[in-house]
Design a protein around this ligand. Structure first.
Ligand SMILES: [Zn+2]
Ligand SMILES: [Zn+2]
Ligand SMILES: [Zn+2]
Length: 335
Protein backbone atom coordinates (compact mmCIF):
# COMPACT_ATOMS: atom_id res chain seq x y z
CA UNK A 1 0.00 0.00 0.00
CA UNK A 2 1.40 3.37 -1.07
CA UNK A 3 -1.03 6.22 -0.53
CA UNK A 4 -1.13 9.80 0.68
CA UNK A 5 -4.03 10.70 2.97
CA UNK A 6 -5.33 14.20 3.41
CA UNK A 7 -5.66 15.55 6.95
CA UNK A 8 -8.50 18.06 6.48
CA UNK A 9 -7.99 19.59 9.96
CA UNK A 10 -4.48 20.86 9.28
CA UNK A 11 -4.61 20.56 5.48
CA UNK A 12 -1.57 18.37 5.13
CA UNK A 13 -0.77 15.17 3.26
CA UNK A 14 0.39 12.12 5.26
CA UNK A 15 2.41 9.46 3.44
CA UNK A 16 1.05 6.02 4.37
CA UNK A 17 3.45 3.18 3.62
CA UNK A 18 2.30 -0.05 5.26
CA UNK A 19 5.38 -2.12 4.36
CA UNK A 20 7.78 0.38 6.01
CA UNK A 21 6.61 -0.85 9.43
CA UNK A 22 8.59 -4.06 8.86
CA UNK A 23 11.92 -2.42 8.01
CA UNK A 24 14.81 -3.29 10.33
CA UNK A 25 15.79 -0.79 12.98
CA UNK A 26 19.47 -0.29 13.70
CA UNK A 27 20.79 -3.75 12.88
CA UNK A 28 23.46 -4.81 15.34
CA UNK A 29 26.53 -3.85 13.35
CA UNK A 30 28.78 -5.93 15.59
CA UNK A 31 26.88 -9.18 15.02
CA UNK A 32 28.46 -11.63 12.59
CA UNK A 33 25.40 -11.76 10.36
CA UNK A 34 25.53 -8.01 9.73
CA UNK A 35 26.68 -6.92 6.29
CA UNK A 36 26.41 -3.24 5.47
CA UNK A 37 24.34 -2.71 2.29
CA UNK A 38 26.38 0.44 1.49
CA UNK A 39 29.90 -0.96 1.87
CA UNK A 40 31.83 -1.99 -1.27
CA UNK A 41 31.03 -5.60 -2.14
CA UNK A 42 27.40 -5.41 -0.95
CA UNK A 43 24.91 -6.99 -3.42
CA UNK A 44 23.38 -3.55 -4.13
CA UNK A 45 26.78 -2.28 -5.29
CA UNK A 46 28.33 -5.33 -6.90
CA UNK A 47 28.13 -4.12 -10.50
CA UNK A 48 30.03 -0.91 -9.78
CA UNK A 49 33.77 -0.55 -10.19
CA UNK A 50 35.40 2.44 -8.55
CA UNK A 51 32.96 4.79 -6.85
CA UNK A 52 33.08 7.61 -4.34
CA UNK A 53 29.41 8.71 -4.30
CA UNK A 54 26.58 6.47 -5.48
CA UNK A 55 22.78 6.81 -5.76
CA UNK A 56 20.66 3.77 -4.86
CA UNK A 57 16.89 3.26 -4.80
CA UNK A 58 15.52 3.19 -1.22
CA UNK A 59 14.88 -0.47 -0.27
CA UNK A 60 11.82 0.53 1.77
CA UNK A 61 10.30 3.29 -0.37
CA UNK A 62 7.58 5.48 1.11
CA UNK A 63 6.58 6.47 -2.44
CA UNK A 64 6.92 4.59 -5.73
CA UNK A 65 6.59 5.67 -9.40
CA UNK A 66 3.70 3.26 -10.14
CA UNK A 67 1.54 2.65 -7.07
CA UNK A 68 -1.71 0.64 -7.09
CA UNK A 69 -4.84 2.76 -7.64
CA UNK A 70 -6.37 3.77 -4.29
CA UNK A 71 -9.89 3.05 -3.14
CA UNK A 72 -11.51 6.30 -1.98
CA UNK A 73 -13.49 6.69 1.25
CA UNK A 74 -17.16 7.56 0.89
CA UNK A 75 -16.76 10.78 2.85
CA UNK A 76 -15.36 13.40 0.50
CA UNK A 77 -13.06 15.31 2.83
CA UNK A 78 -11.31 12.05 3.75
CA UNK A 79 -9.37 12.33 0.53
CA UNK A 80 -6.51 10.14 -0.60
CA UNK A 81 -4.25 9.67 -3.60
CA UNK A 82 -1.61 7.25 -4.83
CA UNK A 83 1.79 7.94 -3.20
CA UNK A 84 3.47 8.46 -6.55
CA UNK A 85 7.08 9.49 -6.13
CA UNK A 86 10.70 8.38 -5.99
CA UNK A 87 12.90 7.75 -2.95
CA UNK A 88 16.65 7.41 -3.17
CA UNK A 89 19.63 6.94 -0.92
CA UNK A 90 22.89 8.73 -1.63
CA UNK A 91 25.80 6.74 -0.31
CA UNK A 92 28.41 9.42 0.23
CA UNK A 93 31.56 7.35 0.58
CA UNK A 94 32.75 3.73 0.49
CA UNK A 95 34.02 4.25 4.08
CA UNK A 96 31.66 2.73 6.67
CA UNK A 97 32.20 5.45 9.29
CA UNK A 98 32.16 9.21 8.95
CA UNK A 99 30.19 12.30 8.14
CA UNK A 100 30.30 15.17 5.64
CA UNK A 101 33.15 16.66 7.69
CA UNK A 102 35.33 13.58 7.33
CA UNK A 103 35.31 13.87 3.53
CA UNK A 104 37.84 16.00 1.65
CA UNK A 105 36.44 19.22 0.21
CA UNK A 106 36.56 17.74 -3.31
CA UNK A 107 34.69 14.65 -2.21
CA UNK A 108 32.06 16.66 -0.28
CA UNK A 109 31.58 18.76 -3.41
CA UNK A 110 30.80 15.60 -5.41
CA UNK A 111 28.12 14.78 -2.80
CA UNK A 112 26.52 18.22 -3.20
CA UNK A 113 26.82 17.94 -6.99
CA UNK A 114 25.03 14.58 -6.79
CA UNK A 115 22.16 16.26 -4.90
CA UNK A 116 21.90 18.90 -7.63
CA UNK A 117 22.01 16.33 -10.44
CA UNK A 118 19.34 14.17 -8.81
CA UNK A 119 17.04 17.18 -8.31
CA UNK A 120 17.57 18.03 -11.99
CA UNK A 121 16.81 14.46 -13.07
CA UNK A 122 13.73 14.01 -10.86
CA UNK A 123 12.34 17.44 -11.85
CA UNK A 124 11.69 15.97 -15.31
CA UNK A 125 9.22 13.40 -13.94
CA UNK A 126 5.70 14.59 -14.72
CA UNK A 127 4.27 13.50 -11.34
CA UNK A 128 6.93 15.17 -9.17
CA UNK A 129 6.21 18.59 -7.62
CA UNK A 130 9.02 18.78 -5.08
CA UNK A 131 12.37 17.09 -4.43
CA UNK A 132 13.30 16.95 -0.74
CA UNK A 133 17.00 16.35 0.01
CA UNK A 134 17.86 15.57 3.61
CA UNK A 135 20.37 13.87 5.86
CA UNK A 136 19.64 12.22 9.20
CA UNK A 137 22.49 11.29 11.49
CA UNK A 138 22.63 9.49 14.82
CA UNK A 139 20.56 7.03 16.84
CA UNK A 140 18.78 9.97 18.53
CA UNK A 141 17.27 10.77 15.12
CA UNK A 142 16.38 7.11 14.53
CA UNK A 143 18.94 6.43 11.82
CA UNK A 144 19.04 2.72 11.11
CA UNK A 145 22.44 2.56 9.35
CA UNK A 146 25.62 4.36 10.36
CA UNK A 147 27.22 4.23 6.89
CA UNK A 148 27.31 7.91 5.72
CA UNK A 149 24.31 8.54 3.51
CA UNK A 150 21.65 11.09 2.73
CA UNK A 151 18.19 10.70 1.26
CA UNK A 152 15.92 12.09 -1.40
CA UNK A 153 12.10 12.05 -1.39
CA UNK A 154 10.65 13.21 -4.70
CA UNK A 155 7.08 14.14 -3.79
CA UNK A 156 3.80 14.63 -5.68
CA UNK A 157 3.06 17.78 -3.59
CA UNK A 158 4.90 20.80 -2.15
CA UNK A 159 5.73 20.22 1.55
CA UNK A 160 3.79 22.55 3.91
CA UNK A 161 6.97 23.92 5.49
CA UNK A 162 8.20 25.05 2.06
CA UNK A 163 4.77 26.42 1.09
CA UNK A 164 4.69 28.48 4.31
CA UNK A 165 8.11 29.95 3.47
CA UNK A 166 7.06 30.69 -0.12
CA UNK A 167 3.94 32.49 1.11
CA UNK A 168 5.96 34.58 3.57
CA UNK A 169 8.67 35.42 1.02
CA UNK A 170 6.09 36.35 -1.64
CA UNK A 171 4.15 38.54 0.78
CA UNK A 172 7.36 40.32 1.83
CA UNK A 173 8.31 40.86 -1.81
CA UNK A 174 4.95 42.50 -2.50
CA UNK A 175 5.35 44.89 0.42
CA UNK A 176 9.10 45.65 0.33
CA UNK A 177 10.00 44.89 -3.28
CA UNK A 178 12.97 42.73 -2.23
CA UNK A 179 13.80 39.16 -1.20
CA UNK A 180 13.27 38.53 2.52
CA UNK A 181 16.21 36.15 2.87
CA UNK A 182 18.55 38.50 0.93
CA UNK A 183 17.56 41.26 3.38
CA UNK A 184 18.08 39.01 6.42
CA UNK A 185 21.50 37.96 5.07
CA UNK A 186 22.52 41.62 4.62
CA UNK A 187 21.38 42.47 8.15
CA UNK A 188 23.11 39.47 9.73
CA UNK A 189 26.41 40.20 7.94
CA UNK A 190 26.33 43.77 9.28
CA UNK A 191 25.27 42.85 12.82
CA UNK A 192 27.61 39.79 13.10
CA UNK A 193 25.73 38.71 16.27
CA UNK A 194 24.53 35.36 15.02
CA UNK A 195 27.05 34.40 12.31
CA UNK A 196 28.95 31.17 12.88
CA UNK A 197 30.95 30.86 9.65
CA UNK A 198 31.12 32.32 6.17
CA UNK A 199 33.01 31.88 2.93
CA UNK A 200 32.74 33.76 -0.39
CA UNK A 201 29.30 32.43 -1.30
CA UNK A 202 27.54 31.23 1.88
CA UNK A 203 26.98 32.16 5.51
CA UNK A 204 26.09 29.82 8.37
CA UNK A 205 24.23 31.40 11.27
CA UNK A 206 21.95 30.65 14.15
CA UNK A 207 18.72 32.29 13.03
CA UNK A 208 17.13 35.02 15.14
CA UNK A 209 13.98 32.87 14.93
CA UNK A 210 15.64 29.52 15.82
CA UNK A 211 13.32 26.83 17.15
CA UNK A 212 15.97 24.26 18.14
CA UNK A 213 18.72 25.31 20.61
CA UNK A 214 21.61 24.89 18.16
CA UNK A 215 19.72 25.30 14.91
CA UNK A 216 21.95 26.51 12.06
CA UNK A 217 20.85 27.90 8.71
CA UNK A 218 23.09 28.11 5.66
CA UNK A 219 22.14 30.87 3.21
CA UNK A 220 23.70 31.73 -0.16
CA UNK A 221 24.90 35.35 0.12
CA UNK A 222 23.82 36.16 -3.44
CA UNK A 223 20.22 35.54 -4.37
CA UNK A 224 19.79 31.96 -5.62
CA UNK A 225 16.36 30.47 -6.13
CA UNK A 226 17.24 26.80 -6.35
CA UNK A 227 20.12 24.37 -5.96
CA UNK A 228 19.75 23.79 -9.70
CA UNK A 229 21.14 27.30 -10.33
CA UNK A 230 24.32 26.87 -8.26
CA UNK A 231 27.50 27.14 -10.33
CA UNK A 232 30.64 25.12 -9.77
CA UNK A 233 32.23 27.58 -7.38
CA UNK A 234 29.02 27.87 -5.36
CA UNK A 235 28.77 24.07 -5.11
CA UNK A 236 32.30 23.93 -3.69
CA UNK A 237 31.48 26.77 -1.27
CA UNK A 238 28.33 24.95 -0.16
CA UNK A 239 30.30 21.72 0.40
CA UNK A 240 32.79 23.76 2.45
CA UNK A 241 30.16 25.23 4.73
CA UNK A 242 28.35 21.88 5.19
CA UNK A 243 31.63 20.29 6.27
CA UNK A 244 32.27 23.12 8.71
CA UNK A 245 28.76 23.00 10.23
CA UNK A 246 28.84 19.22 10.76
CA UNK A 247 32.37 19.48 12.24
CA UNK A 248 31.11 22.31 14.47
CA UNK A 249 28.44 20.03 15.96
CA UNK A 250 31.05 17.32 16.64
CA UNK A 251 33.29 19.88 18.28
CA UNK A 252 30.40 21.35 20.31
CA UNK A 253 29.26 17.99 21.73
CA UNK A 254 32.82 16.55 21.77
CA UNK A 255 31.65 13.38 20.01
CA UNK A 256 30.11 12.12 16.78
CA UNK A 257 27.05 14.39 16.97
CA UNK A 258 23.55 13.67 15.65
CA UNK A 259 21.66 16.17 13.50
CA UNK A 260 19.06 16.64 10.77
CA UNK A 261 20.03 18.51 7.61
CA UNK A 262 17.20 19.70 5.31
CA UNK A 263 17.69 21.36 1.93
CA UNK A 264 14.96 23.97 1.44
CA UNK A 265 14.69 24.37 -2.30
CA UNK A 266 12.29 25.92 -4.81
CA UNK A 267 9.66 23.42 -6.05
CA UNK A 268 10.58 21.72 -9.34
CA UNK A 269 7.38 22.95 -11.02
CA UNK A 270 5.94 26.48 -11.04
CA UNK A 271 7.67 29.78 -10.42
CA UNK A 272 7.64 31.28 -6.93
CA UNK A 273 9.65 33.85 -4.98
CA UNK A 274 12.20 31.80 -3.05
CA UNK A 275 15.79 31.77 -1.79
CA UNK A 276 17.46 28.36 -1.57
CA UNK A 277 18.95 27.45 1.82
CA UNK A 278 19.88 24.57 4.12
CA UNK A 279 18.62 24.13 7.70
CA UNK A 280 20.28 22.05 10.44
CA UNK A 281 18.44 20.90 13.57
CA UNK A 282 20.48 19.69 16.52
CA UNK A 283 18.54 17.54 19.03
CA UNK A 284 20.82 18.36 22.00
CA UNK A 285 20.52 21.51 24.09
CA UNK A 286 23.86 20.84 25.81
CA UNK A 287 26.41 18.01 25.81
CA UNK A 288 24.12 15.64 27.72
CA UNK A 289 20.53 16.83 27.44
CA UNK A 290 18.19 16.24 24.55
CA UNK A 291 15.64 18.88 23.61
CA UNK A 292 12.35 17.06 23.18
CA UNK A 293 9.52 18.22 20.99
CA UNK A 294 6.75 17.46 23.52
CA UNK A 295 3.30 18.73 24.57
CA UNK A 296 3.53 22.35 23.60
CA UNK A 297 5.56 21.66 20.45
CA UNK A 298 3.77 18.54 19.11
CA UNK A 299 0.38 19.33 20.57
CA UNK A 300 0.20 22.97 19.59
CA UNK A 301 3.10 23.69 17.18
CA UNK A 302 4.49 26.23 19.62
CA UNK A 303 8.23 26.10 20.10
CA UNK A 304 9.93 27.14 23.32
CA UNK A 305 13.56 28.11 22.93
CA UNK A 306 15.78 27.13 25.89
CA UNK A 307 18.34 29.92 26.18
CA UNK A 308 19.01 32.89 23.90
CA UNK A 309 20.16 32.41 20.28
CA UNK A 310 22.82 35.17 20.55
CA UNK A 311 24.45 33.37 23.50
CA UNK A 312 24.28 30.03 21.71
CA UNK A 313 25.96 31.76 18.76
CA UNK A 314 28.99 32.51 20.96
CA UNK A 315 29.25 28.81 21.88
CA UNK A 316 28.82 27.73 18.27
CA UNK A 317 31.45 30.20 17.02
CA UNK A 318 33.97 28.84 19.50
CA UNK A 319 33.15 25.24 18.49
CA UNK A 320 33.44 26.31 14.85
CA UNK A 321 36.86 27.89 15.39
CA UNK A 322 38.14 24.56 16.77
CA UNK A 323 36.42 22.62 13.98
CA UNK A 324 38.03 24.72 11.24
CA UNK A 325 41.42 24.24 12.87
CA UNK A 326 40.94 20.45 12.85
CA UNK A 327 39.73 20.45 9.24
CA UNK A 328 42.76 22.52 8.23
CA UNK A 329 45.12 20.10 9.96
CA UNK A 330 43.57 16.82 8.88
CA UNK A 331 41.65 17.10 5.64
CA UNK A 332 43.39 19.70 3.54
CA UNK A 333 41.48 22.63 4.92
CA UNK A 334 38.54 24.90 4.27
CA UNK A 335 37.98 27.57 1.70
ZN1 LIG B 1 29.09 0.35 5.38
ZN1 LIG C 1 17.16 36.28 -1.99
ZN1 LIG D 1 13.69 27.10 5.37
Amino acid sequence: MHEIRWNPLVKKWIIVAAHRATRPWRPDEKSREFTCPFCPGAPELKNLDEWDVVVLPNKYPALIPEPQPVEKEEMNILDKKEARGVTEVIVETPEHEGDLCTLTLDHAKRVVETYRNEVDKLAKERFIEYVAVFRNKGKEIGVSLTHPHSQIYALPFIPPRIMAEINAIEEYKKIHGSCMICDIVKYEIESKKRIIYSNEEFIALIPYYAMWPFEIHVYPIKHVKTIRDLNDHQLTSLADVLRVVTATYNSLLERDAPYIMAFHDHPVKGNYEYHFHVEFYQPYRDKEKLKYAAGIEWGFWVFTYDGVPEQRAVELREACRKAVKTLNNVLGGCM
